[in-house]
Design a protein around this ligand. Structure first.
Ligand SMILES: [Zn+2]
Length: 150
């Protein structure tokens, strides 16, 4: 199980190696995604709180990257954070997510991205529930819920 210490370690010393890589040009991503998906995943945007489709969904399934379809999170580790964005306590696999220090907007945060295609997902914070203490705060637009693989 990953803890905040692991997250800091990844963001400072380098990320785990993904199982595969998906790399496309900006034009290819633009053609594949909706405008909102493109803005969030490829240009590090944020959807408005409480607007995402997956925010209040607790159906069983796996949350896949909207860009490359890699499984990122599982419904069993989703929790209601009250923030207005889908929130998770762990990634589905330790190497599914990539971490980078983000100092924009005068804050020091840790950005989370898909480790396969570098899609921006959101941020991770050390104020989640026990035992991991992590809160992955992810945009709905960055993910698709696959109910069949539950
Ligand atoms: Zn991806």
């Amino acid at each position: 199980m990953l803890t905040w210490k692991d997250i800091i370690n990844f963001s400072v010393n380098g990320n785990p190696t993904p199982d595969r890589r998906v790399e496309k040009t900006e034009a290819e991503w633009k053609a594949q995604l909706t405008d909102e998906q493109y803005r969030i995943t490829r240009q590090k945007g944020t959807e408005r709180a409480h607007t995402g489709d997956l925010c209040t969904t607790y159906e069983e399934g796996k949350y896949h990257c909207v860009c490359c379809n890699t499984p990122l999170f599982d419904s069993t580790i989703k929790f209601s954070s009250g923030t207005g964005w889908p929130s998770f306590t762990q990634p589905i696999e330790e190497n599914a997510i990539k971490y980078e220090k983000d100092t924009t907007y005068g804050m020091v945060r840790v950005e989370v991205m898909c480790n396969t295609c570098d899609a921006h997902l959101g941020h991770v914070f050390p104020d989640g529930p026990e035992p991991s203490g992590l809160r992955y705060c992810v945009n709905s637009e960055s993910m698709i819920l696959d109910k069949e693989t539950a």
